[in-house]
Design a protein around this ligand. Structure first.
Ligand code: PGA
Ligand code: ZN
Length: 423
């Protein structure tokens, strides 16, 4: 089957900011569309998202955030290359690399390349008469990932109400994804109720749908969520565990880590000790970006000192980038990687990073961004790739629930197995 048409256009994301959509039409008359997400606490080493600020494309009312340049790249540069070609994800990605050989997709924009790459994945799956999940895993059971879900939000997603960005729960004791999600919703509702009763403001919903309650210490925030888990009748440490996304690059000044709400500053080696105390005293089984994106040494030191089973997850550190992942593997800086397609810019290259991580015994967590949309390809990628874990934010906002609902759909309609990488 051949590509008939490729069209890029601007749409809105969950924060009301412009983002890129791409539609690929095939010779059988079908059309396949994908929209790209966008981060707020972006890593310095991510692929480059093209925004119009300072260019002739900048629109009057989008504060320089419009993406018409990326859209023009799809319509004027990418489309002429792809039309009349066979639909094949790997061939499309190879063409995108030929058009822009830069490692971070500077010229076309990673938002342009990813939109086209994702639309090509959908179109290629359709040409084989498969769903996106089945396209990547045609045989046997689909592996439904363990969710990691925001209860409390802070950092760049919640006006820095809390120093750390996310306090999440992982329902490790659930027997199915369907059950897992019901536990999560119950804990979130209980946390909102306890927040109201405790006099905290809980009508503030953060970018990823978590509750924006301003705790002045990580420990107090953990105790609050532990209490919510217990109050719904679930066993902490057995059925439900905690996870943190510290997003520490946000409060590292190149020398010290500043926990502003806690009123404390730490050198890198002091912060290793402090974080180790936190994870040792709380039911935390996963910690993301405890140290800054270019502060590699404490990562290594922490990996040697921290509890053996702890998942040490690199997001801003690794940015879904093969070179950075290989450095972390060689130096034992982490044991898990967050996989975000838009940090990388191409579907096939993102899958290669995931495969390299798994070949080296790293856990993989496929992740959404704080700026999302109604697409649900993330759920299909996480499942089709057998990633083992997925992080989407909270269970509020249809841009989040589109992903959860797609996992519910896969569990209801396909042969599946719910994965627990923490067993
Ligand atoms: P971002 O945050 O999408 O705003 O970068 C998500 C994360 O840090 O995991
Ligand atoms: Zn993160």
């Amino acid at each position: 089957m051949k590509i008939n048409k490729v069209i890029g256009y601007q749409v809105l994301d969950s924060r009301g900011r412009p983002t890129v959509a791409a539609s690929i039409s095939l010779t059988d008359g079908s059309t396949h569309t994908a929209r790209v997400p966008s981060g707020a606490s972006t890593g310095a080493h991510e692929a480059k998202e093209l925004r119009d600020v300072g260019s002739k494309y900048a629109e009057r009312f989008y504060s320089g955030l419009s993406v018409q340049q990326a859209v023009a790249n799809i319509n004027e540069k990418i489309a002429p290359r792809l039309v009349e070609e066979q639909i094949d994800l790997n061939l499309v990605d190879a063409q995108l690399i030929e058009l822009d050989p830069s490692s971070d997709h500077t010229h076309l924009g990673a938002n342009a390349t990813l939109a086209v790459s994702l639309a090509a994945a959908y179109a290629d799956a359709h040409s084989q008469n498969k769903s996106l999940a089945r396209y990547f895993n045609p045989e046997g059971k689909l592996l439904i990932p363990m969710p990691m879900v925001n209860i409390l939000s802070g950092g760049a997603h919640a006006n820095r109400a809390m120093d750390i960005q996310d306090l999440l729960i992982i329902p490790t004791g659930a027997k199915s994804f369907t059950e897992a999600l019901s536990w999560i919703v119950a804990v979130r509702e209980m946390a909102a109720k306890l927040g109201k009763e405790g006099g905290f403001v809980t009508n503030l919903i953060a970018d990823e749908g978590g509750l924006s309650i301003g705790f002045d210490s990580i420990e107090k925030a953990c105790e609050f969520v532990v209490n919510a888990i217990e109050k719904v009748g679930l066993k902490v440490g057995v059925e439900v565990n905690l996870a943190l996304d510290v997003a520490s690059t946000q409060f590292f000044d190149g020398k010290n880590y500043h926990l502003t709400t806690q009123g404390k500053s730490y050198t890198s080696s002091e912060f290793v000790k402090y974080i180790n105390t936190v994870v040792s005293n709380q039911p935390i089984i996963s910690i993301e970006d405890p140290f800054a994106e270019d502060d590699w040494l404490p990562w290594q030191a922490f990996m040697q000192e921290c509890p053996k089973k702890l998942q040490v997850l690199g997001d801003d550190l690794l940015t879904t980038n093969l070179t950075r992942l290989n450095k972390a593997i060689a130096e034992k800086s982490a044991n898990a990687i967050l996989i975000k397609a838009n940090q990388n810019g191409l579907v096939s290259a993102t899958l290669n990073v995931l495969k390299q991580a798994r070949a080296n015994n790293f856990n993989t967590v496929v992740s959404a961004r704080s700026g999302e949309n109604e697409d649900s390809w993330l759920a299909d990628l996480a499942t089709g790739w057998g990633a083992g874990q997925i992080k989407v934010g909270s269970t509020h906002g249809s841009e989040r629930n589109a992903k959860w609902n797609r996992l519910l759909e896969l569990e209801a309609t396909e042969k599946t197995k719910f994965v627990n990488p923490f067993a």
